[in-house]
Design a protein around this ligand. Structure first.
Ligand SMILES: [Fe+2]
Ligand SMILES: [Fe+2]
Length: 254
């Protein structure tokens, strides 16, 4: 599971590193966060196809999923394997979960410092009570700001899913663990984006907003030193719980 892929630089980093990584580590399935893949804001059909070409199977999203208006149509047509958070009203375009081939994936969004969403706890309860993903490994991306909300969800889902990972902060956390009933957990995957940046955005753009309070245009860092942040989860095929969850973080220059 790979953290938020930021803009062209993130996509180039993905295409440079992921194919070799998949081969070297015999990775069966790749889930990546794509909400920042198109210029830092949202998804397009092109950025989605580029990520799939690099070896991604399922793309999750978050608060930036609606940024590119044309993409909403693709989400409603289910034309691409891109999820929007599950805890939206039923009439919202797109789908929040997918049961495909050997695995199932669920995308949630948190509420603390995030916005007016339905409860992600109730939403996933309702979905799992339908038998969704039964007998398969289930991977959950909770896109949320606070480590506490993500940790609480981890314990809430312990024993119910294979792994619960957090995204959104773009900062990798060093707390990979297997919870008591077998669910793999990490608070945040991190990002695939520029190292010399403020969470993927050019430092001068971000800094000027903090210094002056004037909303400025945010430009992503697309070249130079890049970080690739992910976790590798090994699944016990008998129980569908996580045998191990470990960070695979790399650096490269684009
Ligand atoms: Fe993000
Ligand atoms: Fe986000």
């Amino acid at each position: 599971m790979i953290g938020d892929v930021i803009a062209r630089g993130g996509r180039k980093t993905l295409s440079k590193l992921l194919p070799t990584l998949k081969k070297d580590l015999s990775i069966d399935f790749v889930i990546a966060q794509g909400e920042n893949s198109a210029g830092g804001f949202g998804h397009t059909l092109e950025t989605t196809h580029e990520m799939i070409e690099s070896g991604v199977d399922i793309i999750t999203s978050g608060n930036h999923v609606w940024d590119k208006k044309d993409f909403i149509e693709e989400l409603s047509k289910f034309s691409v394997p891109v999820l929007r958070p599950l805890n939206y009203p039923d009439i919202t375009p797109g789908r929040g979960a997918i049961d495909i081939g050997p695995i199932a994936v669920i995308n949630l969004i948190g509420r603390v410092f995030m916005g007016e969403y339905d409860s992600p706890f109730t939403a996933i309860d309702n979905l799992l009570s339908t038998g969704f993903g039964k007998g398969k490994p289930i991977f959950v991306d909770l896109h949320a700001e606070t480590t506490s909300e993500k940790a609480a969800m981890g314990w809430y889902l312990d024993g119910k899913v294979t792994a619960l990972v957090g995204t959104h902060t773009h900062v990798p956390t060093a707390d990979c663990k297997i919870l008591n009933k077998g669910t793999g957990f990490v608070s945040d995957l991190g990002m695939v984006g520029g190292i010399d940046s403020v969470i993927g955005i050019k430092t001068e753009d971000s800094l000027s907003r903090f210094l002056t309070g004037i909303p400025t245009r945010f430009t992503p860092v697309n070249e130079g030193k890049m970080m690739f942040c992910s976790v590798l989860i090994d699944v016990d095929e008998k129980t569908n719980y996580a045998k191990s969850i470990k960070r695979i973080d790399m650096e490269t220059v684009i």
